[in-house]
Design a protein around this ligand. Structure first.
Ligand SMILES: CSC[C@H]1O[C@H](OP(=O)(O)O)[C@H](O)[C@@H]1O
Length: 252
């Protein structure tokens, strides 16, 4: 089963049917289950985009997908670019991250069990390769590299971006802790980022949500095409590092 986590502007693109509530020990998650295509849709900000990035219940969301039998997650994110050559309208497929979040529940293992999960390859290499293949096949330009996650909900300052651009390639507010939580439950996770704007100080204008939403709308057909080909991709058996992530991570 595949899980799709939609971000800003995606609820209007990936229209789902009836929302179901999945109760988990971390709280409730709202999903749309498409039984025909064996896909679970989850909109991290809620269908009405009323949940800000720092208030998202990441643990309930990922745990609910696991509970439903999801093994592979495609997360859709919108990001600001930290590099001139990573232009708005391009896609970005992260292969690593750094994070500056502040008050997020970032692990499932904060009670009896002590788990130190390996983060050498935080994103599933197999899913990243599939996303790259689909993008190349459709001639959609994309970059790869480091996703910098900030707490939000404010945008970053010029000075923060001056620092972040030396360490990463794009900036967003929701990529973390999703990627870690998925690995902690031995699920494959990759992110398809839509570059919607240049980050603060690199952009010549002030940042607005309109700019982000307009760019997502512009990229709608491409996003849909990638999601559609991803959902229909014949993945076969899982042979990646994700499926045994806990093997050498638990202090017994
Ligand atoms: C409206 S711009 C900021 C907002 O958009 C991004 O969300 P997502 O990654 O879910 O597409 C960013 O992370 C912020 O939440």
């Amino acid at each position: 089963m595949i899980g799709i986590i939609g971000g800003t502007g995606i609820a209007s693109i990936l229209k789902g049917d009836k929302e179901e509530i999945i109760n988990t020990k971390y709280g409730k998650a709202k999903v749309v289950i498409d039984k025909e295509s064996d896909v679970v849709l989850l909109f991290r900000h809620g269908i009405k985009h009323n949940i800000p990035p720092h208030k998202i219940n990441y643990r309930a969301n990922i745990y609910a997908l696991k509970k439903l039998g999801v093994e592979r997650i495609l997360a859709i994110n919108s990001v600001g670019s930290l590099k001139e050559n990573l232009k708005p309208g391009m896609f970005f497929i992260p292969n690593d991250f750094i994070e500056f979040t502040k008050k997020r529940e970032e692990t499932f293992y904060d009670e009896e069990k002590v788990v130190h999960i390996d983060m050498t390859e935080p994103y599933c290499p197999d899913l990243r390769n599939v996303l790259k293949k689909i993008s190349e096949r459709n001639n959609f330009s994309y970059g790869e590299g480091v996703y910098v996650c900030t707490e939000g909900p404010r945008f970053e300052t010029k000075k923060e971006i001056e620092i972040y651009k030396n360490w990463g390639d794009v900036v967003g507010m929701t990529g973390y802790p999703e990627v870690v939580l998925a690995r902690e439950l031995e699920m494959c996770y990759a992110s398809l980022c839509s570059i919607t704007n240049y980050a603060c100080g690199i952009s010549k204008n002030v940042l607005t949500v309109d700019e982000v939403l307009e760019k997502i709308k512009e990229m709608e057909d491409k996003i849909l095409r990638i999601v559609e080909e991803f959902i229909n991709y014949d993945f076969g058996e899982r042979k990646c590092i994700c499926k045994d992530a806990l093997k050498h991570a638990v202090i017994e």
